[in-house]
Ligand binder design. Sequence first.
Ligand SMILES: CCc1ccc([C@H](C)CC(=O)N[C@@H]2O[C@H](CO)[C@@H](O)[C@H](O)[C@H]2O)cc1
Length: 819
Amino acid sequence: LATAPVGSPSHNVDGFVREFLHELNTNQGVTLSASSLNDQYLALASTVKNYLMARWLETGLKTRAAKVKTVGYLSAEYLLGRQLDNALLASDLADIAEKGLELCGIDLADLRVQEVEPGLGNGGLGRLAACFIDSLATMDVPSIGYGIRYEYGIFRQTFVDGRQVEQPDTWLALGAPWEFPHPESAVQVHFGGHTERYADDGGQERTRWVPSWNVLAVPYNYMVPGYLNGRVNTLRLWSAQATKAFDLQIFNSGDYAQAVRAQTFAENISKVLYPEDSTPQGKELRLQQQYFFVAASLRDFIDHELEPGFDLHRLPERITFQLNDTHPVIAVPELMRILIDEHGFDWDEAWEVTRQCFDYTCHTLLPEALEVWPTELLGRLLPRHLEIIFQINDQFLSLVRQTYPGDEMLARRMSMISEHPERGVRMAFLATVAASRVNGVAELHSQLLRDKVLPDFSSLWPEKFTNVTNGVTPRRFVRLSNPLLSELITDTIGAGWLTDLERLKELEPYADDPQFRERFAAVKAANKHRLTDLLRARDGIDLPDGHLLDVMVKRLHEYKRQSLKLLHIVSLYEQVISGKISAADLTPRTVVFGAKAAPGYRMAKDTIHLINKVAAKVNAAPELEERLKIAFPANYNVTLAETLIPAADLSEQISLAGMEASGTGNMKFALNGALTIGTDDGANVEIRRLVGDKHFFLFGMDEPAVSALGAKGYNPGSCYEANPQLKATLDLILSGHFSDGDRHLFDSVVYNLLNQDRFMALADFQAYVDTQAKVEERYADQEAWTRSTILNVARTGYFSSDRSMRDYLQRIWHTSPML
Ligand SMILES: CCc1ccc([C@H](C)CC(=O)N[C@@H]2O[C@H](CO)[C@@H](O)[C@H](O)[C@H]2O)cc1
């Protein structure tokens, strides 16, 4: 009894209804008739959890008993999306729940929308982490995701007069049914203070850290259910709690604010997600967040996942930690500290273990996105860790000097310690030195990492560098978000594709089958109607019927070039209102934007404002005869993506070549039957190679051309002067046409393009608009278009996150599923 998990409720409608009503009464304390929609949703969530609980407990027991190697995924972000449908799918309860709730007079669809998605991430990196843990569970790989349970996730975006306004993300307000708090397993995390030397009883000189303050890290466990396999892995998110609740003495002395100050200070650590996704703000609280979850996770794994007395010399046999970018890299000196200061290892022993326990994935190419923490701050917050980082660096530089004797320039270049503008630690260098493997997230990205970002390291350790191209989970981004397409696929090639996505290849012959094409096109049309209904209800946006849906959804960043998309629209508009072309020449098109800007990113916010002002004008322009529309639903997130992506015809992946590490939206669009217009950047390169040039709208400079132009010296003004249509387009914006005559409202955006244009939007403008004309040509031939979309689906099974996990298992983690 003690260890055997209790049985699950019976897997049928009766069993479900009994469990649901039981949860409603006992958990929510209401009768069915008195229950609110939120009560019913919370009761449903608990019911589904109860069906998965036995698997979760069995997984824990089985994995612990097997003493196998676990994958520990360390990520500061997890963009999970709504949990209900995924849990129903994984437990094969969807139909039973639908029927059972119907018997109770409840529509599952009404409960589905009650759930507020946990927005514990910014964009690509956070969503990738969520896809990866889903695949690890579905592939039966023992793994634990570790992260932070932010009380407030990514801000809620609203538009006021077309400007982005951020609202706090109160995702916990109506309850968080999917988490299991375990305050009894809280661990202490220390900060500040100083270090001191002492002689241990063997007379050995040792160092101890004497911290000055600490907080409690309380674990909240989330189920990560595999798809229809017995495994339920765990996602453990840490929440900060004051070690000492409010100070009664100070309280009684009347200084109430002071009494609770320590408490609020401590709990601030997991209060809110930093909404930046490219430029680190270097804030102390951010470093506190990084060390907080890393220290709690290492402590938790060593104390709670390993059997007591486990010899930590063998730690690499039991865990491999994947560093999701540099954000968790403080884990390296933390493990060294634990092994040396707490377990008496000497330096070499500790380093031997540590360097086998970490691997590092880099997710960016932007130099400004690489974290450098000032030694002043590190020394104040984590004095022992700074000492250890200096020692790791000394050890490393002596290797460099040995390998390249006399090349002091190289040693200075490779040092983890940068001297300018202030003394700091280059976290990407620390990660690269400590990790067994360093990987980029797409072939081009991994090559640029070797050649441009970390060239010295890749020539020192060529074997350390590898590539694992990103992927997305087909459970959420095909099966759940596109049920009609899933049904058509399963009808055609059977059900196995959901856990073996490359089987989509079997669809290829059907591209030439007019009946199949018809059914395929009908699915897209139905998805468009579903989107139309959603945007009308959610944003009061009316999507016109029968338009080419041209979709650009991703974080707002200049390198992603939403401005280029906007120039295309304004150019079409300008040509019509100036009579160069007539509206009838336009292919009816609606451009859908979705994008959040980091609150401190001025240019990104101005670009959002401009898009909304252009939208207001274009959508009201009679000259266009309803043939060109812009829709910009606010608060783009995972839930909106799940309805938007299956409805799209055209996927905009137009970043400047060499800037987008991979992209994952590009994969989701192709897998849902949209054609891509894109540059040879990130994973676009691999998508184009697999779908074939005829089924991908390539345009613009590739990475070598971009570097050549940059080296030669790029003058955006010359593009403006040389291209009359581009000139007319920019002049129309400068004229105040979209800003009620205010000629200067968008000076920041336009003059930045005319004078700097760091991401060469003007240089790629003509190629882009010419390629958009090809898109319109192809779209006119619906049979040919549909054929291409079918081939895109058939040929992009490679972009499953299951395949990414297989690559990590084989190339990096050297462990395997527990089948
Ligand atoms: C410290 C500020 C900060 C926060 C987040 C990041 C992330 C690395 C940014 C990010 O999300 N990168 C995206 O990662 C995706 C998953 O690998 C890629 O597909 C995208 O191309 C990349 O932009 C950088 C800097």
